[in-house]
Design a protein around this ligand. Structure first.
Ligand code: LLP
Length: 439
């Protein structure tokens, strides 16, 4: 973030880590730990930076809600003019609940159900990004039955390596996403014949956490060529959806400036005459969030120092799932001369993969201390689960000195209340046990 230390959303002030002007320790005392904390100002700043970089282009920024779909986060962006990229009926409902106009909603995803497609049609959303021929056929049937026309972009797979983690690469041949770009002309021809379908655009998304521009240039260039050849074949293509994917710095990456990314956009598709949709997720919210956790125990064993936190892989799964690095900041600013030593930072879940960091150089930490994981605003809370019957943790939004709990801590009672007993377990246990025990 191009901000001075004091304006950075999370910074030390008077020896304490703050979210904007609010000490995180304050919030911990109010909501308990662990919890997620977001800076509203940082979200707004990232959106404005993206918007400014695209100035002069006919562009809409549709926030990829999968990165953080909390209603308050989505509404913060919607109030600035953002649309939403949704990937499920649930996200569609959230987008609408947060006040995103249907005319700014695009629906992506490799497997949409009939119900989800029907909801998209019924709400007259801007665009459905179709990823396969069977999906196109199903959408045609649903649209024709409703006597509406679905505005469709075909998501093409341009076979470009995004040079990112294998688990978040989506634009190479052999993964499940999109329609092979070489097959695309045939599918557009098919779309033209289908009732209820108007194929107005093409969509591309090659992966997430990209830290280099060349893969974007290659992918957008291929899509521009596709548009030219489709127009030659008589298709009226006037929209391009360029997906998301712009990375952030978790450790020592140097992700491209949004302005440089925008320059690639201008260079490759700027003169295509198409209106443009962008689907950034991580870049808008990743740096705007931290996960705050408390040290439960420090345990020295087998020559290692384990710092056991009250947060676990169910709260933030990125380290376990992608070997992702998140900086770990003590909430009390360490003395400049504090001696650092290596520690393994782990959670309480009974799996070795419940490890946030191995051999991380950290200042002294003791039971009761608070720490914050940086870069946790994207793909943090949304990927949480209740594994080990650990309820979902709160989310707090800060703006200046103000704070709001934007999701309350889930209660164990709420978790249990969703479950019910089969009627045969209502019978007295003793009788059945006797039955089973009889040979
Ligand atoms: N559009 C489409 C079609 C996508 O599949 C994605 C992300 C985005 C937009 C947003 O990408 P972003 O701008 O956030 O990179 N859970 C992983 C990331 C998965 C991304 C999946 N698709 C992680 O924690 O790194």
């Amino acid at each position: 973030m191009n901000q001075g230390r004091d304006q950075a959303p999370f910074h030390y002030q008077a020896g304490e880590l703050h979210a904007e002007r609010r000490p995180l320790a304050d919030l911990a005392a109010l909501v308990g730990t662990p919890f997620y904390c977001y800076s509203s100002t940082a979200i707004e700043g990232a959106y404005r930076e993206f918007e400014a970089a695209l100035a002069g282009l006919d562009a809409t920024i549709c926030f990829a809600m999968k990165a953080n779909s909390n209603l308050a986060v989505v509404k913060t962006l919607a109030r600035l003019g953002a649309g939403a990229d949704v990937v499920s009926g649930g996200e569609l409902q959230r987008a609408l609940a947060a006040g995103v106009p249907p005319a700014k909603i695009v629906f992506s995803g490799v497997g949409k159900s009939s119900e989800e497609l029907a909801a998209a049609l019924d709400h007259r959303i801007h665009q459905i990004n179709v990823e396969s021929e069977p999906e196109l056929t199903l959408l045609s049937q649903l649209a024709a039955a409703r006597r509406v026309t679905a505005k469709v972009a075909l998501r093409v797979n341009p076979d470009v390596d995004a040079r990112t983690h294998a688990k978040i690469t989506t634009g190479t041949k052999g993964n499940k996403f999109g329609i092979d770009i070489d097959e695309a002309p045939r599918v557009y021809a098919m779309a033209r014949e289908l009732p209820g379908i108007q194929a107005v655009g093409a969509a591309v998304h090659i992966g997430s956490q990209l830290t280099q521009l060349p893969p974007f240039r290659a992918a957008f260039g291929r899509v521009a060529e596709l548009v030219t050849s489709l127009r030659e074949q008589g298709h009226d293509i006037n929209r391009l959806d360029l997906g998301g994917g712009l990375g952030i710095a978790y450790r020592d990456e140097r992700p491209p400036a949004i302005a440089d990314y925008a320059a690639i956009v201008r260079e490759t598709v700027g003169r295509s005459g198409c209106s443009l949709t962008f689907e950034p997720g991580r870049r808008l919210v990743g740096d705007a969030g931290v996960l705050v956790s408390r040290v439960l125990f420090v345990k020295e064993h087998a020559g290692r120092r384990f710092i056991i936190l009250d947060a676990a892989m169910n709260d933030l799964i990125r380290p376990a799932m992608y070997e992702a690095w998140h900086d770990i900041m003590p909430i009390v600013e360490p003395d400049s001369g504090a001696r650092r030593s290596a520690a393994d930072i782990v959670g309480p879940v009974c799996e070795s993969s419940d490890t946030f960091a191995t051999g991380r150089s950290l200042p002294p930490l003791a039971a009761g201390d608070l720490v914050a994981f940086s870069g946790a605003g994207a793909y943090g809370a949304v990927m949480a689960s209740t594994y080990n019957s650990r309820p979902l943790i709160p989310e707090v939004m800060v703006r200046g000195e103000a704070h709001a709990v934007i999701r309350a801590r889930q209660s164990v009672a709420a978790l249990l209340a969703q479950e019910s007993m089969p009627n045969w377990l209502d019978e007295p246990a003793t009788a059945r046990h006797a039955e089973v025990a009889t040979p």
